[in-house]
Design a protein around this ligand. Structure first.
Ligand SMILES: [Zn+2]
Length: 239
């Protein structure tokens, strides 16, 4: 594995989506330099098993995540509930809107898609060229086009140093079977993304609902950022 080493301050900027110093090209996407070898090994093993493991979404910077957040907060873009139904936000408080958004969309500055270590994936070989990818749970469960690859990943992700941080609902982020994370490199990002770093980032942003976010940031951080599945301990590789 190539070994990119960043100073603590630059690492914090990368972890909050404010720097892309940690990224390199991998096909049409950019991912963390230190996960490229493991990701390609995973992709090649998937290919051997008959799957075309493809990235749907990788790095998003703070600005991009802010656009998503503000579009949802303002009602310009629908907020979906766990049944994929649009939420009526007209009678919701700002805090209730935050919770509704956070079920599926991360707070800018706290998205694991800033890390470059996390990607959303699907099986290109299982769908026709005109298939419209939705990234919804029914596509990844029995009867869905990606169920077979999901099953294969259940048994093989950890061998390549990856896992699913949103594999089950823990009261925060909804289950996302398409979202995989490099265990060791994402942990290095999580280590610098503390409440203090996140607070400063939100303070300097143009996020809608900013004062409400800041007033409740400790509980939002605990419920949606650190409240994730733990990696399988026995498969954690050396950094
Ligand atoms: Zn994702």
């Amino acid at each position: 594995m190539s070994c990119l080493s960043l100073s603590p301050s630059l690492l914090a900027a990368c972890a909050t989506g404010c720097s892309d110093a940690h990224l390199v090209d991998c096909g049409q996407h950019r991912i963390h330099a230190n996960i490229v070898d493991d990701f390609i090994a995973l992709k090649n093993a998937a290919a051997q098993a008959g799957f075309e493991l493809t990235i749907a979404s990788s790095f998003r910077d703070f600005e991009r995540q802010s656009v998503i957040w503000n579009a949802k907060f303002s009602g310009a873009r629908p907020i979906l509930d766990q049944h994929q139904q649009a939420v009526d936000i007209s009678d919701l408080s700002e805090l209730e809107i935050c919770h509704a958004i956070l079920l599926y969309s991360a707070l800018p500055g706290a998205s694991r898609h800033h890390f470059g270590t996390d990607v959303d994936i699907y099986d290109q070989a299982a769908i026709p060229p005109d298939y419209k990818l939705q990234l919804e749970p029914h596509e990844y469960t029995i009867g869905g086009p990606f169920a077979a690859m999901t099953n294969w990943l259940d048994n093989n992700l950890a061998k390549f140093g990856f896992y699913r941080p949103y594999q089950s609902y823990l009261g925060g982020v909804a289950p996302e079977p398409w979202h995989i994370s490099h265990i060791n490199q994402s942990q290095l990002m999580c280590d610098v993304l503390n409440l203090d770093v996140l607070t400063k980032q939100v303070q300097h942003s143009d996020l809608l609902g900013k004062q409400t976010i800041l007033a409740h940031l400790p509980e939002l951080y605990e419920r949606y950022v650190t409240n994730i599945a733990r990696p399988p301990q026995d498969t954690v590789l050396a950094p």
